[in-house]
Ligand binder design. Structure first.
Ligand code: FES
Length: 103
């Protein structure tokens, strides 16, 4: 499913997803302390802020890591351009943990 969203400068991909009811997980609340907001940036990577060490460390825990992987909460939109962002399917193990945590 493809969704097109408008975003404000300074918003993160996580902010944009939540504002548009897109189910991007964010177990730590967007403070770079998990990897559940893992996204793959298919277009616009070069327009994003460089990855900090904290993000790289958390990202190492993400399933299906790829060259275009980033954490959605750490990708601030700082330029007026188009980005294409893929949200990988939720890993069944993560889904199970998340579900159990809700009880
Ligand atoms: S929401 Fe936890 S690192 Fe992004």
């Amino acid at each position: 499913m493809n969704v097109t969203c408008e975003a404000l400068l300074g918003e993160s991909f996580l902010d944009v997803a939540l504002a548009h009811n897109i189910d991007l997980q964010h177990n730590c609340g967007g403070v770079c302390a998990c990897s559940t907001c893992h996204v793959k940036v298919k277009q616009g990577m070069e327009r994003l802020p460089e990855m900090e060490d904290d993000e790289a460390d958390q990202l190492d825990e993400a399933e299906g890591l790829a060259l275009e992987s980033r954490l959605g909460c750490q990708c601030k939109i700082l330029e007026d351009t188009d980005y294409i962002v893929e949200i990988p399917q939720l890993n069944p193990a993560i889904a199970k943990l998340f579900h159990e945590g809700a009880h």
